[in-house]
Design a protein around this ligand. Structure first.
Ligand SMILES: Cc1ncc(C[n+]2csc(CCO)c2C)c(N)n1
Length: 221
C-alpha cells in the first residue's frame, strides 16, 4: 500500500465526507446557487494566496535543490495558473483582482491556511506536504468524480470541473502524489505515523469545512 493510500485508509470517513460533499454534488447537477459559488471562490482566492506562501515555506524547508525547485514550481502553479481561473470567473461577475484581494477572510479560510502554515513551520518538509496533500490530491479526485456525474450540457460550473478533471491538473496531482511517496521514503519513521495521520486527517476536515462554508451560503438564499 502506498503512503497516500495508508493516509486515506486511516482517515476514511473524513476523506469520504470531503470528496462527496453536497456542495460538490450541487456543482455537478448545476443546482448550486451562483451566490454560494461566488462566496466559495472569493474565499478560495484568499486561500490560494496563503497556499502560495506555504509553498514558499516548502522552499525554505527543503534540504536539496530538487525539493526547492519542486516547491517553487508548486508556488508558480498557484500564482500563474490556478488563480487565473478565479480571476476569470470573478471578472465575469464584475469583481476585480484588487477587490478579491481585499475581501475579508472567513474563519474557515483563516483556520485552514493557519493550520497548514503552522504545521510547516513547526514540522519538516514531509509534515508540510502531508498537510498540503488533501488539497492537491483531493481536488483531482473531486474533479474526476464531478466530470463523471456532471449534468450536460451547459453546466454553469463546467469551467471549474474541467480545470480539475483535465489532464494538466490530473498530472500535477499525480506528481504531488509521487513526491509524497518520495518524501515518505526519506523522512518517515514508524514513530511518526500517528503525527502524520493526524495532520492528514485535520487538513481533510478543514477542506470539508471549506465546502461547508460555501454550502451554508447556499442555504440562506
Ligand atoms: C480549499 C481548496 N482546496 C484545494 C484547492 C486546490 N488547489 C489549491 S493549491 C493547488 C495547487 C496547484 O495549483 C490546488 C490545486 C483549492 N483551490 N481550494
Amino acid at each position: 500500500m502506498s503512503f497516500f493510500q495508508h493516509l486515506k485508509a486511516s482517515a476514511a470517513s473524513e476523506w469520504r465526507d470531503y470528496i462527496h460533499h453536497p456542495f460538490t454534488d450541487a456543482m455537478a447537477d448545476g443546482s448550486l446557487p451562483q451566490a454560494a459559488f461566488r462566496h466559495y471562490l472569493v474565499q478560495d482566492y484568499l486561500f490560494l494566496i496563503e497556499f502560495a506562501r506555504a509553498y514558499a515555506l516548502a522552499v525554505y524547508k527543503s534540504h536539496d535543490l530538487a525539493d526547492m525547485r519542486d516547491a517553487a514550481a508548486g508556488m508558480s502553479a498557484i500564482l500563474d495558473v490556478e488563480m487565473k481561473l478565479h480571476v476569470t470567473l470573478c471578472a465575469s461577475w464584475g469583481l476585480t483582482p484588487a477587490e478579491l484581494e481585499q475581501s475579508q477572510a472567513a474563519p474557515e479560510t483563516l483556520a485552514y491556511t493557519r493550520y497548514v502554515l503552522d504545521t510547516g513551520m513547526r514540522g519538516d518538509l514531509l509534515a508540510l506536504h502531508v498537510a498540503l496533500a488533501p488539497c492537491i490530491i483531493g481536488y483531482a479526485e473531486v474533479g474526476k468524480r464531478l466530470a463523471a456525474i456532471a449534468s450536460e450540457p451547459a453546466n454553469p460550473y463546467s469551467v471549474w470541473i474541467d480545470e480539475y478533471a483535465g489532464s494538466a491538473y490530473q498530472d500535477l496531482a499525480s506528481k504531488a502524489s509521487a513526491r509524497l511517496e518520495n518524501l515518505h521514503a526519506r523522512y518517515a519513521t514508524p514513530a511518526r505515523d500517528m503525527e502524520l495521520v493526524r495532520i492528514f486527517r485535520d487538513a481533510t476536515r478543514l477542506e470539508t469545512s471549506f465546502w461547508e462554508m460555501g454550502w451554508r451560503a447556499s442555504q440562506v438564499q
